[in-house]
Design a protein around this ligand. Structure first.
Ligand code: AGP
Length: 610
């Protein structure tokens, strides 16, 4: 989703801004721009639709020289993908603004500003901010006070940075609902929506909290809280070392990240199982105090993370003996729900910034949950900071918009949560040992699953001319079928639906014909025979199937069925293992279709608007 980079320095900053934008590309965007205050006090700006490279090329032809500047990648919400709608927006050649989020009362403000004589050059909600600051500047000598007065009139979510042509070296920023991080340098300071953008220039970061504003110049950063009181925010040293060009031997980040899963899972397990138990501090210090009383788990998440939650429900209810509900965050937050006694609110999020999931977490604090826990991949994210407990997935930075290693490591975390809660709810030492034994085999099993890569690449051409597909699974493999379908639609743009195989005869069977490939996930588990009946239902209607199956499941390939044998694994970890071939399938189909695998159209990595 939209990305922000800003800099005030003694050196020229165009390159820093462009490199920052490049590093934010993974978040998803459709246009980009930057504005630099030059030595003559003139704001020069360049914007382009499409990739950051197009912006770089344009700046290459018309270099922008200055030591203060702001830049942005835009993911369109209000107004189409046009150069005029790209940020920065500039009022009267003097107030330049970049903004992430949505200003909900923009129409009303637009009318008011038009009444004051302002004309609008874009269809965006953001443009109201720059005219509003410009207007407030007429009655406020100080830029900070003008921005403060302007944002008081905004409703909605924003992370915004303001630059004034009369104030070289100064940036004023405000955060409400959209994350911002300040990067601290020597004789220079930076601002960004994601610290990844600033790693080439600093490893020292200060995270703004909700409602914070900051006044930044080259040598000083002043932070004020929502009440306007000057506050100190902690400085964090980051050990992040993400290299934007770091695809290694792989053609795409997604493929690299698929192949990183054995090592990501090893990292996720490292040091966390001690003496046959999940270590006490895996979910944070003192976590057992909270977990020992939990009688119900409410999981809230979006997209792939929601699928991880759906798998966890099977585990928590069957092994930990605790009831569990799983809900999409955008639904949960807007309905009245019943809060069970001693209920734990679990959010699952790769980014830790997904707007709906974060809002659900905040809401849970008012609803009387016993406590909150997040399963997350970004230690500095809002969800980690605002939850009582946190499990870090340790997957390493995930760049591909389509989530892969974040998902499989979330599942590892959820199995550990099952053990941690289960130990207080009658899960025997033997049962725990079985889970742990199985978990320990996982990295090797994932490596074996990756060996299917060539076989899956070979069958991908059979999908490339298809418009629809159906994924089937039962039990814990039903959410895996959903995840497989999500991956395929995300990156290959083929319509894919997932069904619990038992539901087939209640409607979707009507869709079956030779043009609708049916992908079946079939480990050798207790539901295998039931699944085989469902397979026969498809076969009888002339469907073409691709069955990912344990070899002991004894599926026989024929004209209507291609069987891809997946390494034999324990039933418990099968949902994690069977995820791999489905990821590979979507990847190779997308390659044939020639889509933008790492940044699929219309999608964003971190969805910070609701
Ligand atoms: C995954 O492939 C998707 N890009 C998307 O569904 C994602 O999982 C969802 O937006 C939730 O993101 P989060 O895990 O960062 O909260």
């Amino acid at each position: 989703m939209c990305g922000i980079v800003g800099a005030t320095s003694e050196r020229r900053i165009s390159e820093i801004l462009l490199e920052g934008l490049k590093r934010l590309e993974y978040r998803g965007y459709d246009s980009a721009g930057l504005a630099v205050l030059n030595d003559q006090g003139v704001i020069e700006s360049v914007r382009r639709t499409g990739k950051v490279q197009a912006l770089k090329d344009a700046v290459g032809e018309h270099p922008l020289s200055g030591t203060t500047g702001i830049a942005h990648t835009r993911w369109a919400t209000h107004g189409g993908v046009t150069e005029a709608n790209a940020h920065p927006h500039i009022s009267d050649d003097c107030i330049a603004v970049v903004h992430n989020g949505i200003i909900e009362n923009h129409e009303k403000l637009r009318e008011q500003l038009k009444g004051l004589g302002y004309t609008f050059a874009s269809d965006t909600d953001t443009e109201v901010i720059c005219h509003l600051v410009h207007h407030e500047r007429k009655t406020h000598d100080d830029l900070f006070e003008a921005v403060q007065a302007a944002i008081k009139q905004l409703e909605g979510a924003y992370g915004t940075v303001v630059m004034d042509c009369r104030e070289p070296g100064r940036l004023v920023v405000a955060r409400s609902g959209s994350p911002l991080v300040i990067g601290l340098g020597i004789g220079e300071n930076f601002i960004a929506s994601d610290q990844l953008a600033l790693l080439p220039v600093t490893h020292k970061f200060m995270y703004l909290e909700e409602g914070d504003m900051a006044d930044i110049n080259r040598t000083e950063v002043k932070v004020y809280d929502a009440k306007g009181t000057r506050v100190e925010r902690d400085i964090h040293e980051s050990d992040g070392n993400y290299d934007a060009g770091g695809k290694g031997e792989y053609r795409h980040f997604m493929l690299k990240e698929i192949h990183e899963q054995p090592s990501a899972v090893r990292n996720a397990l490292e040091g966390r199982i001690v003496d046959g138990h999940v270590a006490d501090d895996v979910f944070g210090n003192g976590s057992l105090e909270l977990l020992k009383d939990i009688e119900h788990v409410q999981i809230v998440a979006c997209g792939t993370s929601y699928h991880a939650g759906m798998v966890a429900r099977y585990w928590l209810e069957s092994m930990a003996g605790v009831s569990c509900n799983v809900e999409i965050a955008s639904e949960f937050r807007y309905r009245t729900s019943h809060v069970h006694r001693n209920s734990l609110l679990v959010t699952i999020s790769q980014s830790g910034e997904t707007a709906d999931t974060l809002a659900a977490l905040r809401l849970s604090k008012e609803l009387g949950y016993k406590g909150s826990l997040t399963i997350c991949n970004v230690s500095t994210s809002s969800m980690v900071r605002e939850s009582d407990l946190a499990y870090m997935t340790r997957a390493g930075t995930e760049i591909g918009v389509a989530s892969t290693k974040a998902f499989t490591t979330q599942l590892v975390g959820l199995l550990m949560l099952t053990l941690a809660i289960g130990q207080f709810r009658g899960m025997s030492a033997e049962q725990q040992e079985t889970v742990i034994k199985s978990l320990k085999t996982l990295p090797a099993k994932l490596e074996e699953a990756l060996l299917l890569s060539d076989a899956i690449e070979a069958l991908a051409p059979e999908f490339a001319d298809k418009f629809h597909s159906l994924f089937l699974g039962r039990g814990t493999q039903y959410p895996i079928a959903m995840e497989g379908a999500l991956k395929l639609k995300e990156i290959s743009y083929i319509h894919a639906e997932a069904y619990a195989a038992g539901e087939l005869k209640h409607g979707p069977l009507a869709l079956i014909d030779a043009d609708m490939p049916v992908i079946v996930v079939a480990p050798n588990d207790e539901l295998l025979e039931k699944l085989k009946s469902n397979v026969e239902e498809v076969r009888a209607r002339g469907g073409i199937m691709y069955v990912f199956a344990d070899k002991d499941a004894h599926f026989k390939g024929d004209n209507s069925m291609r069987v891809i044998n997946v390494t034999h694994c324990d039933e418990l970890i099968a949902p994690i293992v069977y995820t791999i071939p489905l990821q590979l399938l979507s990847y190779f189909v997308a390659i044939i279709k020639g889509t933008d695998v790492d940044q699929p159209r219309n999608l964003a990595k971190s969805v910070t608007v609701e």
